[in-house]
Design a protein around this ligand. Structure first.
Ligand code: HEC
Ligand code: HEC
Length: 395
């Protein structure tokens, strides 16, 4: 019986069987096309997409310190919700034992609504890091992954590469803990939490979930802020989360993926150990599952879907750690979440800091827990390297 179920699951995952035949997961829709994945109607999706792309101004509550005027400004190539080259800067100090945030918080806002408020990195900072903008496409599926699935992924990894699971507060659930999966440092577990964080920290717009403005390097900004808090009633935060939940997953380049080089490269990706962290397949929790500390029920459009993120959403030390501590505690100072590689072909600057211009450079920077696989990459002959890089270009 077990074997039969396993066979059916296998067959259905290759779409040979109608989904109704078994409970096999269904392939999640993918596309760079500004179309809904079914979580919302297309008309609803168009409305929340416009909110995501809408420019905010001082009279809407923008700033006083901020980084950009709309979510879409940093999440854009090739469609709303995707990634971009835009980086944000974080800073703090480390005395050999303890990391301390830069005065006013580790995020250094690059813009202000008044010159007197411009944040600047102070001399006391000995840790400064850049972070590139991440893809939010397909994040509804990522949010719908059960905690137990991520824990099982970690448990199945060989000890030398095993990722760390952290639990972080879900803001809309009064701080209830959930397995983290979003952000370079796995700082969040829910899209409402990330949206509230981004609205405040990237754009300077307060909401009922995060009602207090940021300071400017620790100095109060109230004298410059004419809009009473919370500046958003909470509706925009919901719209951003709804939008991201309704986006399709980043699609493969199907033409390139069908080439012999890309298929050979996909095999190498497995044999070099890349797939140990860059997980090729994950199945989301069934529709109806209560997640985010009870604040979200996985919908039919998001539940029991097969996704190909090429990431395990776990923290690893691959020797590139940025030294910043966020929600994960001191032990995560030099760890980063394995970035999902879906949509990689739209990224021009690689790694958390955007400082690797080529895929080759990015792989060579892998050390620590990824040392064995970057060593194995170095040992490839030129043909094999080309095959692996062709596979990456198809993602
Ligand atoms: C100034 C550029 C900028 C703006 C504006 C911005 N973001 Fe981001 N976004 C980023 C960066 C940079 C990251 C990665 C940050 C990190 O992990 O440290 C990110 C990460 C995210 C993630 C995590 C994605 C994942 O899969 O891990 C989500 C979700 C997100 N942003 C949503 C939003 C929303 C919603 C808005 C608007 C309220 C927004 N962002 C505005 C730059 C921006
Ligand atoms: C131990 C886990 C692990 C292994 C093994 C691993 N990676 Fe990574 N990979 C990561 C982490 C963590 C990062 C983020 C590092 C950073 O940004 O500084 C990353 C980043 C990347 C990036 C940059 C992605 C982006 O969006 O900028 C690429 C490309 C990549 N890896 C490809 C590979 C390939 C190819 C292999 C095999 C040769 C591999 N990785 C092996 C964990 C791993």
């Amino acid at each position: 019986m077990k074997t039969l179920t396993a066979t059916l699951t296998l067959l259905a995952s290759f779409s040979l069987l109608p989904a109704a035949f078994s409970d096999a997961p269904i392939e999640a829709p993918a596309g760079f096309d500004n179309l809904t994945n079914g979580h919302l109607t297309q008309a609803e999706f168009d409305v929340v997409r416009a909110t995501f792309d809408e420019q905010e101004h001082v009279e809407d509550g923008l700033g006083p310190v901020y980084n950009a005027q709309s979510c879409g400004e940093c999440h854009q190539t090739t469609v709303s919700g995707a990634l971009s080259q835009v980086t944000v800067m974080r800073a703090g100090s480390f005395d050999g034992t303890t990391f301390r945030d830069h005065p006013g918080g580790s995020l250094i806002h690059d813009r202000a609504i008044d010159a007197a408020l411009q944040e600047r990195v102070q001399l006391s900072a000995n840790v400064v890091a850049l972070r590139t903008s991440l893809n939010t496409l397909g994040d509804g599926y990522v949010e719908a992954i059960a905690d137990a699935t991520l824990e099982a992924l970690a448990a199945a990894q060989p000890p030398a590469v095993r990722g760390q699971v952290i639990r972080v507060p879900v803001i809309e659930a009064g701080g209830a803990l959930r397995v983290a999966r979003f952000g370079w440092k796995n700082q969040h577990a829910s899209l409402v939490s990330f949206a509230a964080d981004a609205y405040l920290n990237e754009m300077g717009i307060t909401s009922p979930l995060l009602p207090e403005e940021n300071t400017s390097n620790g100095r109060p900004v109230a004298a410059f802020d004419s809009v009473p808090d919370p500046e958003d009633s909470g509706k925009d935060i919901e719209a951003f989360a709804d939008f991201m939940r309704a986006t399709k997953a980043p699609p493969r380049d199907l033409v390139l993926a069908a080439t012999p080089d890309a298929s050979a490269g996909r095999m190498l990706f497995g044999s070099l150990g890349c797939a140990q962290c860059h997980t090729p397949e994950i199945v989301t929790a069934p529709a109806g599952t209560l997640v985010n500390g009870g604040q979200f029920v996985v919908t039919a459009a998001l539940g029991n879907k097969l996704i190909h993120p090429y990431g395990d959403f776990l923290l690893h030390d691959v020797g590139t750690g940025d030294g910043i501590v966020q929600n994960g505690g001191p032990g995560t100072r030099n760890k980063l979440r394995t970035p999902p590689l879906w949509g990689l072909r739209t990224r021009s600057r690689l790694m958390h800091d955007g400082l690797s211009p080529t895929r080759h450079d990015a792989i060579l920077r892998h050390a620590g827990q990824a040392a064995a696989s970057s060593q194995a990459y170095r040992a490839l002959n030129p043909t094999e390297r080309r095959q692996l890089l062709t596979f990456l270009d198809s993602l």
